[in-house]
Design a protein around this ligand. Structure first.
Ligand SMILES: [Zn+2]
Length: 165
């Protein structure tokens, strides 16, 4: 476990007890480096994180599935498999904040945030699947918004660049 205070990796478990929610284990830990104490909650392995879909159906989180979804959006774009894998593992890491369930929307938005910095076309493709635009007008609206935002970002980037002598 990484210490939330100093980032040290040398910790000692001083107390372990199952949580009331039974599928979680609560551990009191002490950092071997800064000696501060903190609590971690861990899922027991048989109870995977459940993804709650928009129609309230639930299915276990599946990194492979997420990866193939992102790969599909990145098809024929200059994006390496490494970059795709990095997005998946970053998202997976961020999902540690969710102990039992996570809305699929949260996952989708996290992926979009990362794709935004990687490739705009992949972003739009992924958004069109995840957000399931009701009709072509909504989609065009979103595109316009994106384009505006993109131009604005480019401009800020240019303005930030120091003038060469
Ligand atoms: Zn520490």
């Amino acid at each position: 476990m990484k210490c939330p205070f100093c980032g040290g990796l040398d910790d000692q478990v001083i107390d372990t007890r199952p949580n009331d929610l039974s599928s979680l284990i609560r551990r009191r830990r002490e950092c071997g480096e800064c000696k501060k104490r903190y609590t971690t909650y861990e899922r027991v392995e048989e109870t995977p994180l459940m993804v709650v879909k928009s129609d309230s159906r639930r299915e276990p989180f599946n990194a492979k599935k997420l990866q193939s979804g992102i790969s599909l959006a990145c098809q024929k774009r200059p994006i390496s498999m490494d970059a795709v894998e990095r997005i998946v593992s970053e998202v997976e890491h961020e999902l540690q904040d969710y102990l039992m369930e996570v809305p699929s929307k949260v996952i989708g938005e996290k992926v979009l945030k990362k794709l935004w910095d990687v490739d705009l076309v992949a972003y739009i493709r992924f958004a069109s699947v995840y957000r399931q635009f009701a009709d072509i007008d909504t989609f065009m609206e979103e595109l316009k918004k994106l384009k505006k935002e993109h131009v604005r970002q480019q401009r800020t980037k240019l303005e930030r660049k120091p003038l060469s002598a």
